[in-house]
Write a protein that binds this ligand. Sequence first.
Ligand SMILES: C[S@@+](CC[C@H](N)C(=O)[O-])C[C@H]1O[C@@H](n2cnc3c(N)ncnc32)[C@H](O)[C@@H]1O
Length: 222
Amino acid sequence: MQRVTEPELMDERSQAEAYALADFNEAHSRIVEAFGAYFPGIELAGNLLDLGCGPGDISFRFAARFPASTVIGVDGAAAMIELANQRKARAAATGERVSFIDGLIPGAAIPRIPYAAIISNSLLHHLHDPRVMWETIARYAGGDTLIFVADLLRPPSTAEARRLVDEYAAGEPDILRRDFYNSLLAAFEPREIEAQLAAAGLPGLSVGVISDRHLVVHGIRG
Ligand SMILES: C[S@@+](CC[C@H](N)C(=O)[O-])C[C@H]1O[C@@H](n2cnc3c(N)ncnc32)[C@H](O)[C@@H]1O
């Protein structure tokens, strides 16, 4: 099935609010677990950069899991950053170690500081030009920065995409089911990402499929 892009930013207020209210507890706790599985025994300390952070759930989860870290989340949708900052104001335990930048990647004012890790969940499939992801990683990662990019996996057919929506988003609001379906069609296949990594000169990164709808790119820039 050919890739069908979706709007890059999630900047409709209703869309951002539905996303922020959705229950991603299980899915996002699996993302943090997957980081631990790909980088066993690693206790991150220092700065983490979360690309396409949305309302910040992954940023807060990494801040909670790694108490010696500070997390900078970046998103180009003002509605998402507003929700992330509202959550920061309520997050007593982690709020001080998490900050957010409203900025479109590339071009966002991301600090040029050492990053212990660059993480990203569900941004890659939004990018009309995926080189944006890999060039941003190449620009901000040092030689020992751990890179962890989780995303959806494009299914082989629209029928399979519909089946995945029915299986995993059965009781969700229509706006979320629509976004999930569109995101599945906009996602990449592993071989496409492998070609992107080769073109970007990132030989230290590799692609793994972790479920019927998710993949992870991990490693160091090499
Ligand atoms: C599906 S959401 C994922 C949010 C968050 N990472 C999570 O896992 O909950 C994708 C986010 O990427 C943002 N985004 C898409 N393209 C972007 C770009 N070029 N620069 C910055 N943010 C972008 C969207 O606005 C949206 O908030």
